[in-house]
Write a protein that binds this ligand. Structure first.
Ligand code: HE5
Length: 147
């Protein structure tokens, strides 16, 4: 389950592309999440009543996308030693935002999809390593979850 140093290297190399445009990638990820998994939109009081066109032009979607991506940047850089950051994230998402943990699996898949479309050198090995890294994050988050 744990990643090798080589796998973390692949993850952080690919993620470098995300870090150079966190708002753009974050926006693309949320828009794709709402498009592919419509029900996830209902978890966001600010977004649930927006049409597809309104979502696309919403500065709030872009800003929140950036917040999500920046948190993932912080988490991935911990290379698995992320308990300190993961605890408040699990707490807010389970108790305050009431997000089922499966939503994190959905957003993980969407992140890999969006990155493979945007980044020509994000090859099969990088994709597999990122999937594995996100799975570690989501599994550990699930273990901290209270529903
Ligand atoms: O929890 C916070 O800080 C610890 C508040 C800001 C925040 C939210 C809010 C952060 C840092 C994250 N999310 C990060 C994050 C990383 C993963 C991949 N999120 Zn988050 N979220 C917030 C995810 C995944 C994820 C999936 C889903 C369906 N998240 C959500 C939903 C969600 C909601 C509803 C909120 C509340 C903020 C808001 O309404 O924004 C407009």
């Amino acid at each position: 389950m744990a990643l090798s140093e080589g796998e973390w290297g692949l993850v952080l190399k690919a993620w470098g592309n995300v870090e150079s445009d966190p708002a753009g990638v974050g926006q693309a990820v949320l828009l794709r999440l709402f498009h592919d998994h419509k029900e996830t939109q209902n978890h966001f009081p600010k977004f649930k009543n927006l049409s597809a066109a309104e979502l696309q032009s919403s500065g709030d979607v872009r800003t929140h996308g950036q917040v999500v991506v920046n948190k993932l940047t912080e988490l991935l850089k911990k290379k698995g030693n992320h308990a300190d950051i993961l605890k408040p994230l699990a707490e807010s998402h389970s108790k305050k935002h009431k997000i089922p943990v499966q939503n994190f699996e959905l957003i993980s898949e969407v992140i890999v999809k969006v990155m493979s479309e945007k980044m020509p050198d994000f090859g099969a090995d990088g994709q597999a390593a990122l999937r594995k890294a996100l799975k570690v994050v989501v599994t550990d988050l699930g273990n901290l979850y209270e529903c």
